[in-house]
Design a protein around this ligand. Structure first.
Ligand code: SF4
Length: 174
């Protein structure tokens, strides 16, 4: 939904709009900072906690989707009206909330743990980093050490690590 988590564009006159498809400006960068406009604009505040009407207001996906806001504004002047092009028929269930993103505690990786990760094939690194960090957070750890990675490896594979074609070639200890 526009204005909640999108990067908001400024038009040629430095007017800020909630969406490239909405013409009405909610403030001007000539007069205010973007941060001030973002915080104080009535439209942006409403978009951050929208009260949708029509079928969007009855839809269990209204928080995750929210529909296009430019379309109902253009067709009948209601920024929070239903998105008429949506084919979905709301089922009347509980509104589904997005999964919370665990961004409260950034994790610190020890240098040797980082080096171990970087020796893995590139295409595996992101997946393994996410898995290691998820496990560390679940254990209320603040940092990822080599010993912690050893623990996870042993838990996953036991002490007899399966042969991994990249290990020797890339000098990995994994
Ligand atoms: S009715 Fe369609 S556009 Fe509206 S919130 Fe539900 S899925 Fe999104």
């Amino acid at each position: 939904m526009s204005g909640r988590n999108a990067l908001l564009p400024g038009n040629a006159n430095r007017g800020v709009t909630a969406c490239p498809y909405i013409e009405e400006s909610v403030g001007s960068l000539h007069d205010d900072s973007f941060g001030d406009i973002w915080a104080s604009s009535t439209v942006f505040r409403q978009l951050r906690a929208p009260k949708l009407s029509g079928k969007c207001g009855e839809c269990e996906f209204q928080v995750m989707c929210g529909g296009c806001r430019a379309r109902p504004l253009a067709s009948h002047g209601d920024l929070f009206g239903e998105d008429e092009l949506c084919d979905y028929t709301p089922q009347g269930g509980t509104v589904i909330q997005p999964l919370a993103v665990n961004e409260a505690r950034p994790l610190v990786w020890d240098q040797d743990a980082t080096s171990r990760l970087e020796k893995l094939p590139f295409f595996l690194q992101k997946m393994i980093r996410n898995k290691v960090e998820e496990t560390a957070r679940n254990q209320h750890l603040n940092r990822v050490s080599l010993a912690f990675m050893d623990q996870l490896r042993d838990k996953r594979f036991g002490h007899g690590m399966p042969a991994f074609p990249f290990r020797k070639k890339m000098g990995s200890n994994l």
